[in-house]
Design a protein around this ligand. Structure first.
Ligand code: CP3
Length: 356
């Protein structure tokens, strides 16, 4: 993973990037999944101004503003572009609605004809708005703050496209893949191609690193995991490494458990996002031979609870990951109930280290 760095590389100025060059930092860099969001009053205010959630995502000035809000408050080492994994199906023409209290709703894909109606050639106008947000951010962010671009992994995005909404077990997508593997392959191939262009555009606009969110990676048996999680992710990672050498790609195969190491070796990701259930001793040991950066994995609910238990767990993670190429994060996204002052406590605990 460690690669030679050209002199113009921002690595020296941005701590977030240093673990990817093989440097273990103490304290480790920190950012949090969903660090921009409803737990922040300033986010709720900007979102109300935007109208709907998608309007917020597609208005570069406002999307950049909400990306910057948690950086101003907490000085995280990285900002993550404010957007959503479901902008990809939206840009493909499968209109997405976000309904308060219900989450995302899409007209579900039921047949091969529904897949054929999607249009990868039509994505540019909407993607262009996201790229504009990235450009603004690279100008407005502090120079020491890395900017992470992202997309959803094809499998996870496909689960929403086929189910038409979030679901407990992703049954509709899993059944579609069993009953019509060729159709599901066509959808996956389309998502691979479109995601490559989408991520590539984000890098060209100024993203320093990329994350691929595979929230529902844990719902598949091994043969399906290989076909629908590993293979498409490997194709995206290979394309990024070829087009943008030196831009690290982090995979987040949530729930992959015993398959996480397999995922790392087969996809070629530069970093592995560990979910809440991954024991810290595994984070410290399982990936050691792969020279991959490990990111994770505090329980988002412990951040809601706060107090001594939060501090103790942070210290435990820091101790186990000491001396490793590690980035501190949660094991899943911040939840809306999180008191903003607990996030400030967390950042202080991480930055002050176990001596605090
Ligand atoms: O700060 C950040 O992390 C950057 C922005 C970001 C959002 N979504 C904003 C968002 C990112 C990286 C995502 C990723 C995302 N979106 C994932 C993968 C990560 C994960 O959490 O598992 C998934 C599965 C989605 C799809 C999605 N978007 C759902 C299921 C929902 C509804 C549930 C919810 O939390 O409300 C969303 C909406 C969404 N995306 C919100 C935010 C801030 C809340 C929308 C609001 O303001 O009402």
């Amino acid at each position: 993973m460690s690669r030679s760095l050209d002199k113009s590389s921002p690595i020296a100025r941005r701590r977030f990037l240093q673990p990817f060059a093989g440097t273990a930092l103490a304290p480790p860099p920190i950012w949090l999944m969903r660090q921009a969001g409803r737990y922040l009053p300033e986010y709720r205010e900007t979102r109300a101004k935007a109208g709907g959630f998608l309007d917020l995502c597609y208005t570069p000035a406002l999307a950049a503003e909400v990306t910057l809000q948690p950086i101003r408050r907490y000085g995280f080492d990285a900002a993550i572009l404010f957007a959503d994994i479901l902008l990809v199906p939206d840009a493909l023409g499968q209109s997405v609605r976000f309904v308060e209290g219900e989450g995302p709703l899409l007209d579900p894909i039921r047949t091969a004809a529904d897949i054929a109606r999607l249009s990868p050639d039509a994505t540019r106008p909407k993607f262009g708005l996201v790229f504009e947000t990235v450009q603004r951010l690279r100008q407005d962010l502090p120079d020491e703050t890395a900017l992470i671009g992202f997309c959803g992994a094809p499998w996870t995005v496909a689960t929403y496209m086929i189910e038409g909404r979030g679901s407990k077990d992703q049954a509709a997508a899993r059944l579609f893949a069993y009953r019509d593997p060729d159709g599901f392959q066509r959808l996956t191939d389309m998502l691979v191609e479109v995601s490559i262009e989408y991520l590539s555009g984000q890098v060209q606009a100024g993203a320093d690193a990329l994350q691929i969110f595979d929230t529902w990676a844990g719902s598949l048996p091994d043969d399906q995991f290989e076909q629908w999680v590993i293979d498409p992710t490997r194709r995206i990672v290979e394309a990024m490494h070829e087009r943008h050498p030196g831009v690290p790609v982090v995979g987040f195969p949530r729930g992959a458990q015993g398959s996480a190491l397999w995922y790392v070796t087969e996809t070629g990701v530069d970093g592995i996002g560990c979910d809440t259930a991954t024991p810290p001793y595994m984070m410290a040991e399982a990936f050691e031979d792969e020279k991959v950066v490990v990111q994770g994995n505090l329980d988002p609910l412990l951040l809601v609870a706060g107090g001594d238990a939060l501090k103790a767990r942070v210290e435990e993670i820091l101790e186990l990951m000491d001396g490793k190429a590690f980035i501190f994060n949660l094991g899943h996204g911040i939840v809306p109930e999180t008191p903003p002052e607990h996030v400030a406590d967390l950042v202080r605990y991480v930055r002050e280290g176990s001596a605090a």
